[in-house]
Write a protein that binds this ligand. Structure first.
Ligand code: BES
Ligand code: MN
Ligand code: ZN
Length: 503
């Protein structure tokens, strides 16, 4: 799908077009007027008949019935200066175009031309055009797909500054690049677990890194054991598919700079979580192919960094395993050491995510990051607490947490800052090991966070994102079809860019 900036008018060669309008200026919107004129007044008549006000996230569509070469016009309401609503509207335009089997889509943005808006538009159309169709055949295979999207910015009152056009083009390219990175994350989550297991997930990461000339180290099972990642080994040993540990390193071009920040991102990569010996019930077990969504954020991040080239050092890491019941599987009652050195008494083999993350975090801490961020589909309890669209965020640094909340707001992702309630640590006390990996049922998501905190060493600035809910959607969302959403990556990218900018 080609995405470019260019003019979008009633005479243009488009199958469908979308006009984004602000509620407050709909009445005198000149783009709406020009299309209305070309349609002999049909557009304004429809707006009146439908009493459409241009409210944010609402839409009105009109079939041109042969009056124009353009088959359909979608009017999409957005709020003024709202990049999140604009991104969603562009995603909706792409989604509409797909269902109308259009191949050429034109979009007229609302508001004055700005890099932020064009960037959001590039992200939006790319995200909205996403479908996972790899395993469909025959009639189920979609025939039409969008070939080209043209995005038009409205003329501002002021004369465009020199270089403004180049900046807009750059913003669009970056937006499309970020959208593709999120779509890669979605693809990985949507892949079935017979195809995507630790080894193939690591291969996908390796291939991506070699395309972009990014350093990538992959540890196999032997190396994982040799390095002392006993918890990752314990979780992975019940599967025919060996675990993998992957460390990708993005270093900005140019000489090392003083004060350049180092961000380390870690992901839970359970390519399938059956629960192990403490096996899950059948209903919904198939959804546990999504249990590597945190790792997929780490991989998608590398693709985003390749598109954005920010001035920050970023380490994208994941620990991948398959949690299976087997004669060789780890069991409740086991005591395992860890990379950090602490011993852990195993209570429930279905609480495997925190174990593989414990070793990955201990490894990450040794890199002495300025900021350490992990993503994990960690607990069902987090979904009970916050619903399925919102991630639970935990941190040992309130100022950092506030920055992350801001990044999420700008990115349009829903998260909630959850407390690490110290009293709940009590329930992780073990009689025979340094700690148990689970505690009371109540406060389950918090206990997951408290357990992880035991393994971050001296790291002062750490964020844990429990993405069990939003990583995988039961229903389509504004930006995504059912299934893998790529949740977390947009916020992370916003955060990294603002860190690069010195904020
Ligand atoms: N992968 C699951 C958590 C999960 C649940 C992710 C639903 C996405 C959707 C995790 O490994 C798990 O099984 N957690 C247990 C922990 C419990 C045994 C302490 C849970 O949430 O029940
Ligand atoms: Mn589990
Ligand atoms: Zn799991």
């Amino acid at each position: 799908m080609k995405v470019q900036l260019g003019p979008v008018a009633a005479t243009g060669a488009f199958d469908v077009i979308a006009i984004l309008v602000n509620e407050d200026s709909l009445a005198k919107d000149e783009v709406v007027n020009s299309f209305d004129k070309a349609l002999g007044g049909a557009l304004r008549t429809l707006i009146k008949q439908e009493e459409w006000t241009g409210k944010k996230d609402s839409q009105l569509s009109l079939a041109t019935a042969g009056k124009l070469a353009i088959r359909k016009i979608y009017l999409l309401g957005v709020a003024k200066d709202d990049a999140v609503a604009l991104r969603a509207a562009c995603a909706r335009a792409a989604k509409n175009a797909l269902s109308d089997k259009a191949t050429k889509l034109g979009i007229v943005l609302s508001g004055a031309p700005s890099d932020t808006f064009v960037r959001a538009a590039g992200e939006g159309v790319t995200l909205g055009a996403y479908r996972f169709t790899k395993y469909l055949t025959g009639d189920r295979k979609p025939k039409a797909s969008i070939a080209a999207v043209t995005i038009a910015v409205r003329e501002g009152k002021a004369k465009p500054a020199k270089g403004a056009q180049a900046a807009l083009t750059d913003a669009l390219t970056k937006g499309v690049g970020v959208g593709q990175a999120v779509n890669l994350t979605r693809d990985l989550v949507n892949e079935p677990p017979n195809e995507l297991y630790p080894e193939t997930l690591a291969e996908r990461a390796k291939a991506l890194c070699s395309t972009h000339k990014i350093k990538c180290a992959v540890w196999d099972h032997k190396k994982i054991q040799a390095e002392g990642m006993k918890l990752l080994h314990a979780v992975g040993r019940g599967s025919r598919h060996e675990p993998r540990f992957v460390h990708m390193t993005y270093t900005p071009a140019g000489p090392a700079k003083k004060g350049r920040k180092k961000i380390v991102v870690v992901g839970k990569g359970l390519t399938f979580d059956s629960g192990g010996l403490c096996i899950k019930q059948a209903a919904g077990m198939g959804d546990m192919k999504c249990d590597m969504a945190g790792a997929a954020v780490s991989v998608g991040l590398v693709a985003a960094l390749a598109a954005l080239k920010p001035d920050v050092e970023v380490h994208a890491i994941f620990a991948a395993a398959e949690n299976m019941p087997d004669g060789n599987a780890y069991r409740p009652g086991d005591i395992w050491g860890s990379l950090d050195g602490k011993t852990v008494e195993i209570i429930n083999t279905d609480a495997e995510g925190r174990l593989v993350l414990a070793d990955a975090l201990a490894y990450a801490a040794k890199l002495e990051p300025d900021v350490l961020i992990d993503h994990a589909t960690l607990t069902g309890a987090c979904m009970i607490a916050l619903g399925s669209a919102t991630a639970g965020m935990y941190s040992n640094d309130d100022a950092l947490a506030a920055k992350y909340v801001k990044a999420a707001k700008e990115a349009g992702e829903s998260l909630w800052h959850m407390p690490l309630i110290e009293d709940l640590r009590e329930s992780m006390k073990s009689d025979c090991a340094d700690l148990k990996h689970t505690g009371d049922r109540y406060g389950g998501s918090i206990i997951g966070g408290l357990f992880l905190r035991e393994f971050i060493g001296k790291t002062k600035h750490w964020i844990h994102m429990d993405i069990a809910g939003p990583a995988f959607a039961e229903r389509p969302t504004a930006l995504s079809p059912k299934g893998g959403t790529g949740y977390g990556l947009l916020t992370l990218v916003h955060f990294i860019e603002s860190t690069a900018a010195g904020h």
